[in-house]
Design a protein around this ligand. Sequence first.
Ligand code: NDP
Length: 447
Amino acid sequence: MSTRSRVAAIYEQVRMRNAGEPEFHQAASEVFESLQVVLERHPHYADAGLIERLCEPERQIIFRVPWTDDSGVVHVNRGFRVQYNSALGPYKGGLRFHPTVNLGIVKFLGFEQIFKNALTGLPIGGGKGGSDFDPKGRSDAEVMRFCQSFMTELHRHVGEYTDVPAGDIGVGGREIGFLFGQYKRLTNSYESGVLTGKGTAWGGSQVRREATGYGVAYFVAEMLEVLGTSLPGRTVVVSGSGNVAIYAIEKVHQLGGTVTACSDSSGYVVDPAGIDVAVLKEIKEVRRARISDYADAVRGASFVAAGSIWDVTCEVAIPSATQNELDSDAAAVLVANGVQVVAEGASMPTTPSAVKVLRDAGVAFAPGKAANAGGVATSALEMQQNASRDSWSFDYTDERLAAIMRGIHRRTVTTAEEYGRPGDYVHGANIAGFIKVADAMAALGVI
Ligand code: NDP
């Protein structure tokens, strides 16, 4: 059988076995596209069912999460933890609380996480979890009761050497606090290393909150350097206004670029003078309010409820909200407006057809598994600090993050060149991540 048919047959088997999970198919198919060239050069990677094993999570946990709202009504949500691959270290990956969460979404995120974590060069495996709980509009007390119920089951399955969750959409410092409190109470042990994204007063790392967004900005700076230019003077659009988006905007501004638009699920704001990060943080982190408030607070800014944020002209686009938010029509508009770089802050925000439009137009495109790996990398630094009962300064941790992002960029670019696709960040990231995990899996035997 030719390599092409072999890869196609394995992908077909994965698709059939995981029916009804389109996001997982999309994430798997993107990696499979890069695998053919690897198997042509190194056929042994297809031996011993290695690819089939990589696609099948080591363990999938689904559980009931009952909780009571402020008026005494009982609600039932579904909790998930997919422990995907532990060849390189304990399972590591965030928890997402959003009404759209289902097993397929958690699997796509967990699958991506394996390669992302491998790319960081740090000793962490891949996993992901979450719930279809919607924290929006819920009181702090309701969020706390939900988190306590969620952890009452999850605590049996996690641990500093087993599985170390962190945040994702809908899970920030507040939720990690409630989850850690319940874990500590149930186990009667202050096991700091069981969760990352903790507050700096109780075991968290400096820069973890900022890390994903800062990391994307560092990655973009590297991409621009390859193109012979730099961030100062560049116009940037960042979608979303959550954890990733806020700190991507902050670091882009520190590095000399100007972010003129950001969004949430109700619409987007444009501020030609550059988004005022202090105002944005007050609206989103303190008041948990809608993005339209920004236009009320800042003179010269405007709010657009209908339409696409990608209509706003920019040289650099950083989609940082959610999966499949940037489609081929949006990509065509970006290209027509002269975009040079697109770097994914979110997990898989660019559809496959949009990636093709960007690639055909010669736009430098970085997938999330490379560009947004700064969050998980800094989580691994938090684990290091917890293990040694140490805590590092903000500047030192930020320097470590910047060095890790430069390393990921270098590894991605070098691997793409080595495998005959110079400038192709998607292939570079997939292949470099795959080889790291596959070598470890092969060494550990058929398990
Ligand atoms: P947050 O919950 O902090 O923010 C999410 C942002 O995206 C909000 O502005 C939200 O708007 C918007 N959003 C979410 N869902 C949708 C939707 N269906 N349609 C339109 N807008 C939406 O999450 P994060 O910033 O932590 O995560 C954002 C992305 O980054 C995710 O894809 C996540 O997987 C990825 N990521 C996060 C990491 C981290 O460290 N936090 C690490 C690596 C990747 P609204 O409030 O209106 O819902």
